[in-house]
Design a protein around this ligand. Structure first.
Ligand SMILES: [Cu+2]
Length: 467
């Protein structure tokens, strides 16, 4: 691909119509098996009732053609089976889709100007890939993200594996806030003084676009609770009241050893899979709560129904590991990644909508940089080699750092005991140094960024190049 430069970006924006037309580049992947009919994801504006104040206008989402329009559909895929989606854009601005956590070819990654052109109003783009891993993932635009995600465009992906253990029920929770005023309409997406700190919080919390929803589940049964934090800012501290909850997977990957849920921090971009053993008595309620902050907040409730199935959490079979290559730690090259604030505060250019500020940096470079053109990759990696990202957070804030295209293994932390989790997003605490190892086994340019979108959009973004 051409070098990503600010000058080129501007030029590309001006002329992108020349190559931003029509259907994209599907068909190059998944040749082994016939590509399935694409699932149509129509990017559109709609309205929805999120609060008692009435209908909220200017919500953005994806609708299935002919289907009801509301929360982005939960996309169901199967590990190792080709999947296809046709994005058609009826918004009045460009968009794309990024498939967070899916290790798929670079051209399908959905980052404008880095992996694909803008998908302009009226245009379509065909995404086609084969998800290699089972688990809970999610999708969102990578364009004007604070507005598009903030106004609704965050959806959950479930990749199933035929060998998954059997549950009595499954509940998927898409957790996100909305920045709404008292009249139920959108207010300013962010406040600069908050963007320079933890980020600007929403005013209305929802799970599946409802406040404190309740779902029925078989009494005494085992529920697979798939939670995706798709909010642009909020970090949760998860707790279950009224039922036994066991952590079975984090960020799509089974945990090396299951453990009871107790105040687990999950940040923007992350996912948590729980096995919940429902109470035996009909009508009993289990509540998933957020304990972070001053008063516990109810996220959602599960209600026991029917006669108890009397299941035991120990009955649950293990889940298969995902086929993520194991890094060779002894030969791995180390890459230093320092997360810091930046002194710069002048407006900078940014892909898909600048916020007009620069507050954050990776290795002292605020994206896309007031440094010399062209913007260089953080590091150039050799295909098949092992690397260790040595992440150091010198800010007083927590940052969920996400790598596109490849999953890493958490090796060690300077501040706490860590499990060797395989993941795509690590929540780096203030003053923490952490080592994340991975095999550079996916060709192309891959973003590395904070998933607090205000941080991402005001500098905390970089990329690695695998050649
Ligand atoms: Cu951040």
């Amino acid at each position: 691909m051409p070098l990503l430069t600010r000058r080129n970006l501007l030029k590309a924006s001006a002329v992108a119509g020349a190559y931003g037309v029509g259907i994209g580049i599907a068909g190059k992947f998944g040749l082994a098996e016939a590509a399935p009919e694409p699932q149509v994801l129509k990017a559109l504006k709609t309205q929805a009732t999120l609060t008692d104040a009435g209908v909220t206008k200017n919500i953005m989402t994806w609708g299935n053609v002919g289907g009801a329009v509301g929360m982005p559909p939960v996309l169901r895929m199967t590990k190792g089976k080709p999947y296809a989606a046709r994005l058609t854009n009826t918004l009045d601005e460009p968009t794309t889709i990024h498939w967070h956590g899916l290790r798929i070819p670079n051209k399908m990654d959905g980052v404008p100007f880095m992996t694909q052109p803008y998908v302009y109003t009226g245009d379509s783009f065909d995404y086609a890939f084969t998800p290699p891993d089972a688990g809970t993932f999610w999708y969102h635009p990578h364009c004007n993200t604070l507005a598009q995600m903030g106004q609704g465009m965050t959806g959950v992906i479930v990749v199933e594996d035929a060998a998954d253990p059997t549950f009595d029920s499954e509940v998927v929770l898409n957790l996100r806030d909305w920045r709404l005023g008292g009249d139920g309409q959108f207010i300013a997406a962010f406040r600069p003084r908050d963007a320079a700190k933890a980020g600007t919080y929403g005013t209305v919390r929802t799970a599946n676009w409802h406040q404190e929803p309740q779902y029925d589940a078989p009494a005494g049964g085992l529920v697979r609770l798939r939670i995706a934090v798709t909010d642009v800012t909020r970090i949760f501290s998860m707790k279950m009241e009224g039922a036994e909850a066991t952590v079975i997977a984090i960020d799509g990957n089974p945990v090396p050893k299951r453990f009871p849920l107790d105040l687990l921090q999950i940040g923007p971009g992350q996912r948590l899979d729980l096995a919940v053993r429902m109470p035996d008595s009909e009508g009993a309620i289990a509540t998933i709560e957020d304990i972070r902050g001053t008063t516990p907040k109810t996220i959602a409730r599960l209600r026991s129904v029917g006669a108890s199935l009397k299941r035991n959490i120990g009955d649950l079979a293990a889940m298969a590991e995902n086929p993520v290559a194991k890094p060779d730690v002894s030969s791995a090259q180390k890459i230093s990644v320092v997360l810091s604030a930046t002194a710069e505060s002048a407006p900078v250019d940014s892909i898909c909508g600048t916020l007009g500020y620069s507050f954050w940096a990776i290795n002292k470079v605020p994206w896309p940089g007031d440094t010399s053109d062209p913007t260089a990759p953080l590091s150039e990696l050799k295909l098949g080699k092992s690397y260790i990202l040595q992440l150091e957070n010198v800010t007083p804030h927590t940052h969920p750092i996400h790598l596109h295209g490849m999953s890493f293994t958490v090796l060690s932390s300077s501040t706490r005991e860590v499990m060797p989790l395989v993941t795509d997003t690590y929540l780096v605490q203030p003053d923490e140094k952490v080592q994340l190892a991975f095999v550079a086994d996916n060709l192309g340019d891959w973003l590395l960024h904070c998933h607090i979108i205000e941080h991402q959009k005001t500098g905390m973004t970089s990329y690695v190049r695998v050649v």
